[in-house]
Design a protein around this ligand. Structure first.
Ligand code: OSB
Ligand code: MG
Length: 368
């Protein structure tokens, strides 16, 4: 058994609605799809790095370079055939977790397909259905925000996250809570604040939020610990959690009480499970974050969110929340109020449509 071929494609897909965070407004997403072939079976992975290094230091072009120059040649040279082996050997290269995760996930999908099992069976997942959630960007006006939250609730979402930044925070919570006093609500600052804003941040305690996500920049574990001591609402870290070791440091320091796990940000599913298990042992619930993935990356996330310590609703929404024409058949849909059923077929269990991938492709390359 050897890997016969690896393909990479760089894709661009327009969003159904722009997505604005404290980093700025985006109208489309550029990302990489990785395919790994063995004996005619194909494993799919998605690299969640973005065009600009705003959320993390990685970029699509940087990940492309690291994959074609280092990670893919390593697979052929060292005859790597499995995800765990890939994880171990890719560890010699520093950083670049999203590039590593995209290829590792393709290996996981391949392994599960060859075993004829849904990916969640390989991970030790325990759920057939996961709790969905929707992430609402910053809008042009507070009334637009309320209308958008209302539309998502009508579609069946039960948990809403709103993006905040200085000047779009307390008022946004006030209007959403006024209109929807009982919904599960949380906020995400994407690192837009500092300890100087502690007075504003403490006001968030008044809105019965599930959590406050990433108030400070990624490397401020210490300041997050100081803020958590001052706040009733649990802090949740996203950008700060780059590996098992940063997760452990954050928990030991008291920087957060909840962790957002994104498989790309932590460098793959092996590392994801190490963080998951550590958090489970230490009473820290986790949930699955999203990077506005296509259906390929999102299907991977559905399987991840079946692990037992994913105890809060996830940033996992239906295909139509993100893209008019998702890459997969069938589209991911809500299966009940606020839930999504995990695909049952082998591997990620969804079918990527070749023609749609081709239409969205900016460039591609094949490696043997
Ligand atoms: O901070 O969670 C974030 C999207 C891109 C980059 C960062 C984040 C997000 C989201 C979207 O909030 C979540 C989703 O995919 O539904
Ligand atoms: Mg976040």
């Amino acid at each position: 058994m050897t890997i016969e071929r690896i393909e990479m494609a760089l894709l661009k897909l327009p969003y159904v609605h722009f997505f604005e965070t404290s980093f700025g407004r985006e109208y489309d997403r550029t990302f990489i799809i990785v395919r790994v072939y063995e004996e005619g079976v194909c494993g799919f992975g998605e690299v969640v790095a973005e065009e600009a290094p705003l959320y993390s230091g990685e970029t699509t072009e940087g990940a492309w370079h690291v994959l074609r120059t280092f990670l893919i040649p390593m697979v052929f040279k060292e005859k790597i055939i499995g995800p765990e082996e890939f994880y171990k050997k890719a560890g010699r290269f520093r950083g670049n977790p999203m590039a590593k995760a995209g290829l590792e996930l393709a290996f996981w999908d391949l392994k599960a397909k060859k075993a004829g099992l849904p990916l969640k069976a390989l991970y030790g997942g325990v759920r057939d259905e996961i709790d969905a959630g929707v992430s609402c960007g910053i809008e042009d006006s507070l009334s637009d925000l309320v209308a958008r939250v209302g539309a998502y609730l009508e579609q069946g979402y039960r948990r809403v996250k709103i993006k905040i930044k200085p000047g779009w925070d307390i008022d946004a919570c006030v209007v959403v809570r006024q209109e929807y006093p009982d919904i599960l609500l949380q906020v995400d600052a994407n690192g837009a604040y500092s300890l100087a804003d502690i007075k504003t941040l403490k006001k968030l305690d008044a809105f019965n939020l599930l959590l406050v996500e990433q108030p400070f920049p990624p490397y401020d574990l210490w300041d997050h610990a100081k803020l958590q001591k001052e706040m009733k609402t649990p802090l949740c870290l996203d950008e700060s959690i780059l590996s098992f070791d940063t997760a452990r440091a954050a928990v030991e320091m008291g920087s957060c009480r909840i962790i957002n796990i994104k498989v790309g940000r932590v460098g793959g599913a092996v590392e994801m499970r190490r963080i998951h298990d550590y958090c489970q042992d230490h009473g820290v619930p986790v949930w699955c974050g999203g990077m506005l993935e296509s259906g390929i990356g999102r299907a991977h996330n559905l399987h991840i969110a079946t692990l037992p310590n994913f105890k809060l609703p996830n940033d996992l929404s239906a295909s139509r929340r993100y893209y008019k024409e998702d890459l997969i058949d069938p589209f991911i849909e809500l299966s009940g109020p606020g839930t999504i059923r995990v695909p049952r077929g082998p591997g990620i269990g969804v079918h990527p449509v070749e023609e749609r991938i081709r239409r969205a492709t900016l460039k591609s390359e094949t490696f043997k």
